[in-house]
Ligand binder design. Structure first.
Ligand code: AMP
Length: 398
């Protein structure tokens, strides 16, 4: 059901409790925390700017790392508050308590356009427990709630879901709206042929996604170590490749399902193999799907690259989740790179659905050539599985 958008709110002079995903990677340098990738903070800016321009008093909530329900200076959001101050060029008050008298006092002095960041909501065990009392305490700090934390929307926590019950209006932010537009709306009625590329390490983590996408896609291209579980299920040698031996029945079930549905389900026809899983190792290309004893598959082979490229070139929509090889090691990245370049050049609408394929696309410098890149790993996977996210379900319906 369509949810209320932040664009539709009257926020002037009101306290808006905004949940964002500020869970950025940091490194310690000279005893100080330094943010190494600020993508998530920047992705929240359209919503932050919109609310400030419209005169909201902005109270921002976020989590950071895994402090396990206890205050821990290592996971403080103070450095993020300072960083936000510099990029929005406006002071950001920091409340070292998440709930209670400290934030209430700070907020009581706020002016329209002002910004307060609350300390890490996960300093309270009640956050992840989606505790009702804690949700009410959070809700006391605002009049309206906006959720823009797509990366955490698959979690039913107090600040991502519970709090919505205790405010007058709960709306999605601009990032959340954009993620849902591409991962749900666009894929409900995709330009055809709709080609899905699935890779990564394991079949088990992608099983529901494969089944769900089989209902919508015309073609599925399978790469990564996942492909070897299918090989093994079909009685083909896999050497010492990563295989989930307890998922062979599942692999057979998927192969049968593809036949039943008349979906093109393409597995790699060759592989790049190595005896040593490291940069600079000797590699060989197989002539077919079989991988010799003592060798392991680390990428799709040249014939597979050509076949997959042809499918991408004729696609209307391409959805990509998971690298087709161990792209982190340059010698094993050729397949993933070739597919990324083909997608970048194709006219198809291209959606990169979270996780490691996003890292790969960025590493190749092709991010701006994609129609849409999701910011959420787990959340995007759950959407592609056809599930409703708790952080979205909790919002006000239109
Ligand atoms: P996932 O999180 O399931 O999407 O898996 C991503 C990971 O799969 C990446 O770190 C890749 O290095 C890894 N991967 C892809 N292909 C292979 C392979 N052939 N053997 C081992 N790992 C692989």
């Amino acid at each position: 059901m369509a949810k209320l958008s932040v664009r539709e709110l009257d926020v002037h002079g009101k306290r808006v409790l905004l949940r964002v995903d500020f869970n950025v990677p940091v490194e310690e340098k000279d005893g100080k925390q330094v943010i190494t990738d600020d993508t998530r903070i920047r992705e929240s800016l359209p919503t932050i700017n919109l609310l400030r321009e419209r005169g909201a008093k902005l109270i921002i909530m976020a989590h950071f790392g895994r402090p396990k329900g206890k205050p821990n200076p290592k996971y403080s959001l103070r450095a993020v508050a300072d960083y936000l101050h510099t990029i929005i060029n406006h002071p950001v008050a920091f409340s070292h308590d998440v709930i209670g008298a400290v934030p209430e006092e700070i907020i009581s002095h706020m002016k329209p356009g002002g910004v307060t960041l609350l300390e890490n909501v996960r300093f309270h065990a009640e956050e992840e427990a989606n505790d009702d009392g804690f949700s009410r305490e959070l809700a006391k700090l605002g009049d309206i709630y906006v959720n823009d934390a797509f990366g955490a929307a698959h979690r039913a926590h107090a600040s991502t879901a519970g709090v919505a019950k205790y405010v007058s209006q709960a709306a999605m932010g601009l990032l959340m709206e954009k993620e849902l537009k591409y991962l749900v709306d666009e894929l409900a009625n995709p330009a055809r042929p709709f080609v899905v590329i699935l890779g990564g390490a394991k079949v088990s983590t992608k099983i529901t996604v494969i089944k769900s996408l089989m209902e919508k896609a015309d073609t599925l291209l399978i790469g990564g170590a996942m492909a070897y579980t299918f090989s093994k299920a079909e009685g083909i040698e896999t050497g010492k490749s990563l295989v989930e031996s307890d998922k062979l029945d599942l692999a057979r079930e998927i192969l049968d399902l593809a036949k039943q549905k008349g979906v093109k389900f393409l597995l790699p026809v060759d592989a790049l193999i190595t005896q040593e899983f490291k940069a600079g190792a000797t590699t060989r290309t197989t002539s077919d799907r079989a991988i010799d004893e003592g060798w392991e598959g680390v990428d799709i082979g040249p014939k597979s690259i050509e076949i997959f490229k042809k499918e991408i070139e004729s696609a209307g929509t391409v959805l990509w989740n998971g690298p087709v090889g161990v792209f982190e090691i340059a010698d094993f990245a050729k397949g993933t790179r070739a597919l990324a370049e083909t997608i970048a050049q194709s006219k198809a609408k291209s959606i990169v659905g979270g996780g490691d394929s996003v890292t790969a696309v960025k590493q190749f410098g092709l991010a701006d050539k994609m129609t849409f890149i999701s910011t959420g790993g787990g959340a995007s996977l759950e959407l592609l599985e056809g599930r409703e996210l708790p952080g979205v379900a909790a919002l006000t319906s239109k």
